[in-house]
Design a protein around this ligand. Structure first.
Ligand code: SAM
Length: 286
């Protein structure tokens, strides 16, 4: 079995199977041992853990996970990678299950129930960048029992997930992520750590899920509608942004009154509000 995580053995496997990269699946395989060790350390993987890996590729990170975790489930969409994983790079491990499926179609909560008795798992992935947000938000919104999600994402996306009020990166994604989890950027990863090289910078971010939401709100989905509407029209004041949003049908006077009651200026912009303030505003306007 070839030990992956370096260019030589990666090229050997790709040639052996005449593998053709599929751009549409966001395939950029890791070839740097140092980065792989950083991901395993950031995810705090132990022999107690069940880990879900999204998109194992040729099994590079999966090998590291199999060595460090109790059990690994790897979900890969590309049929051409399955024989490589099963017959070659992961053949020596008896603690891995490979599922040939689109991750967005997998019932992950059911998987956690079957494989881990419903106890929280860890998710680790070098994500296909074209579906980063649907994958992460899907895990949060389905309330899958998860301790942490440690993923390689586009650098700008990691910055947006971690940003706070007042920063140019702060927006709907920051608030959505921070409602469910505490973000921590563990590493910035340059293009030359991948094969082929992506044309964007990357970062490893760990999202540690909260057992209880950090803010209380009566209607979660209404709060997220308010958040989306405020950042849709970033240049406008919050009052205008919210009253222009067709799916909210809010009156200008009501929004102004709510802001004043909260001690905020009538001309405040959405990007100045914290998650707790959005929660309060949602409760005021509901
Ligand atoms: N984990 C490997 C590594 O680090 O070398 C590969 C990472 S590569 C960036 C993303 C992987 O996700 C590819 O193997 C790709 O085929 C797979 N993938 C893309 N879309 C997927 C989906 N919807 N469901 C499951 N896997 C997917």
């Amino acid at each position: 079995m070839a030990t992956l995580g370096n260019p030589k053995n990666t090229i050997e496997i790709l040639n052996k199977y005449s593998f053709v990269f599929q751009k549409r699946f966001g395939q950029n395989f890791l070839i740097d041992e140092h980065v792989l060790n950083k991901i395993i350390a950031a995810a705090e993987i132990t022999k107690e853990d069940m880990v879900l890996e999204i998109g194992p590729g040729i099994g590079t990170m999966t090998q590291y996970l199999c060595e460090n975790a109790r059990e690994v489930v790897a979900v890969e969409i590309d049929n051409n990678l399955i024989p490589i994983l099963k017959n070659d790079t992961l053949a020596a491990y008896d603690n891995v299950t490979i599922i040939n499926e689109d991750i967005l179609k997998v019932d992950i909560a059911k998987l956690v129930e079957e494989k881990n008795g419903g106890k929280p798992i860890k998710v680790v992935a070098n994500l296909p960048y074209y579906i980063t947000t649907p994958i992460i938000m899907g895990l949060f919104e389905a309330h899958v029992p998860i301790k942490n999600i440690t993923v390689m994402v586009q650098k700008e996306v990691a910055q947006r997930m971690q940003a706070g009020p007042g920063s140019k990166d702060y927006g709907a994604l920051s608030l959505a992520v921070q409602y469910y989890a505490k973000p921590y950027i563990a590493a910035n990863v340059p293009e030359n750590c991948f094969m082929p090289r992506p044309n964007v910078g990357s970062a490893v971010i760990r999202l540690t899920l909260y057992e209880d939401a950090p803010v209380k709100v009566k209607d979660e989905s209404f709060m997220f509608k308010l958040i989306r509407a405020s950042f849709n029209q970033r240049r406008k004041t919050l009052v205008n942004g919210l009253t222009n949003a067709a799916d909210l049908s809010l009156k200008k006077d009501d929004v102004t009154a709510a802001l004043v009651k909260m001690g905020l200026s009538e001309t405040v912009r959405g990007e100045a509000l914290t998650l707790a303030q959005f929660a309060k505003l949602a409760d005021e306007l509901k």
